[in-house]
Design a protein around this ligand. Structure first.
Ligand code: GLU
Length: 466
């Protein structure tokens, strides 16, 4: 069997959204599974709406997701000569013709057809006129008028489209530029692409593209059209449903592994397995298990996966990622070993690195700057609590080593001697060292803060309580 070659062909007119990212992932997995090639093509022919900045953002998003491509990305804006050669070839072989109809005339033809209850399309006025180039002339593909194009879609199965349904599409605009359908065929064939997975919104382009392949004497690739991602209300996915671009998810503090896993499962499955390592996906991905029914975006499931991957991650790895999320909160240059000690305390529960960074603030502020939540102070730092805190402060000053085990032992002794329950000291200690009623396990928190901070903060708490 010849090598499998796939591609992802984004238009750099906006950020990489999750639908595009999913398409990239499917094509990447398809190539990796088969030991083939995965190429990137930047469809930047719309010069006004495309920008290098957006291209860079898309490439960054792909890299962040761990998607690498073979060779250098291909830019459509650099290939107009190739497209023109193919348009010439189609003209020479009678598969295309020059057309002088103005956009207004074409609109009128469509309107007329619509009024007659027919499919609105260009009526072929210039098909047999034998026109040549001229001002405002376009080149149209001379499609067959009868018969149908039939292809086996990797997702949808057999698809048949009557040629009578198709327009003689424009393949070269008045300014000489090639249109999408022509450029895509020329590029995919030139790049040796053998399989294309893309969104269902391109399904209507596929018979047109197949006709261009045939007219150029080329073999079309295999196509697979995946249903678009829906919102939970079954409508087209939008920001309203909580869908964001890949960059925004990164900024929200998701791990790329979580988004990757989530997106693969939006339209592909292997039994009811939810969590897949990258290697498992590469080993098991085939287009056979792509679903032909639309998947609904589920922010809760994404959040669940995010929490899962944070829980499973190497703390040292998360400690390297955390500074980017601490910076906006005003913490820079925090020592890595300090972060590596804090991270495990939050891994069991954090849903994102943003949440982790925000929760960990109290570990990082200077003792003198720790803010106390007035409500917590009033409710928890009672006179009785202050008595316990004062005693515990004394005890903790002598605990050696200052570890969870040592601190627990000292606290237990104090509780036993005074016939107290853990409850009597847990929240007072928590408020004393964190400023609020929420923190990870109290002894872990104390150990990570270290003796000096703990004693300093307990003194401040006692001042607040008095
Ligand atoms: N550039 C097209 C898009 O972003 C993709 C075209 C294709 O996959 O054939 O929708």
């Amino acid at each position: 069997m010849s090598q499998i070659v796939t591609r992802f062909a984004p238009s750099p007119t906006g950020h990489l959204h999750i639908g595009g990212a999913r398409t990239a992932i499917f094509n990447w997995l398809l190539a990796k599974n088969a030991g083939g090639k995965f190429f990137l093509r930047i469809e930047d022919t719309d010069r006004a709406r495309s920008s290098q900045e957006m291209t860079d953002a898309i490439l960054d998003s792909l890299s962040w997701l761990g998607i690498s491509w073979d060779g250098e990305p291909i830019y459509q804006s650099e290939r107009s000569e190739l497209y023109n050669q193919c348009v010439e070839k189609l003209l020479e072989t009678g598969h295309a013709y020059w057309c002088s109809c103005t956009p207004e005339e074409v609109d009128a033809m469509r309107e007329k057809a619509r009024a007659e209850g027919k499919k609105p399309k260009y009526d072929g006025s210039c098909r047999e006129k034998g026109l040549g180039p001229g001002e405002n002339h376009v080149v149209r593909f001379k499609g067959p008028e009868t018969g149908k194009t039939v292809f086996k879609d990797m997702v949808k199965g057999m698809v048949a489209v009557e040629h009578a349904e198709l327009d003689d599409m424009v393949i070269r605009r008045p300014d000489g530029s090639a249109t999408y359908n022509l450029a895509v065929v020329v590029d995919d064939s030139d790049m040796g692409v053998t399989r294309i997975v893309r969104g269902e919104d391109h399904l209507s382009n596929t018979p047109r593209q197949i006709l261009i392949y045939e007219a150029l004497g080329l073999t079309p690739p295999e196509f697979g059209h995946v249903p678009l991602i829906h919102g939970p209300d079954k409508k087209k996915l939008s920001k309203r449903h909580g869908a964001r671009s890949v960059t925004e998810y990164r900024d929200d503090g998701l791990l790329p592994e979580a988004l990757f896993n989530y997106l693969v499962r939006l339209g592909w499955s292997l039994g009811d397995q939810e969590i897949f390592s990258r290697d498992e996906l590469v080993a098991s991905f085939t287009t056979d298990n792509l679903s032909s029914s639309a998947a609904a975006f589920d922010p809760d499931k994404l959040s669940w996966l995010s929490a899962h991957y944070i829980k499973e991650a190497d703390p040292a790895h998360l400690a390297k990622l955390l500074p980017a999320y601490l910076e906006p909160l005003g913490f820079s240059g925090v020592a890595q070993d300090k972060l590596a000690a804090i991270v495990p305390l939050y891994q069991p529960r954090a849903k994102s690195l943003v949440e982790m960074a925000e929760s960990a603030r109290f570990f990082l502020v200077a003792d003198a700057d720790l803010e106390y939540d007035a409500k917590a102070v009033k409710k928890i730092l009672t006179d009785e609590a202050a008595v316990h805190l004062a005693k515990l402060k004394e005890l903790f000053s002598g605990v050696e080593p200052f570890t969870v085990a040592g601190l627990e032992e000292a606290a237990k002794q104090y509780l036993d001697e005074n016939e107290l329950k853990f409850k009597a000291i847990a929240q007072p200690l928590r408020v004393a060292v964190s400023g609020s009623t929420v923190s990870p396990g109290i002894f872990e928190t104390l150990e990570v803060l270290g003796r000096d901070s703990v004693l300093g903060r307990m003194s401040r708490a006692l001042d607040q309580a008095s």
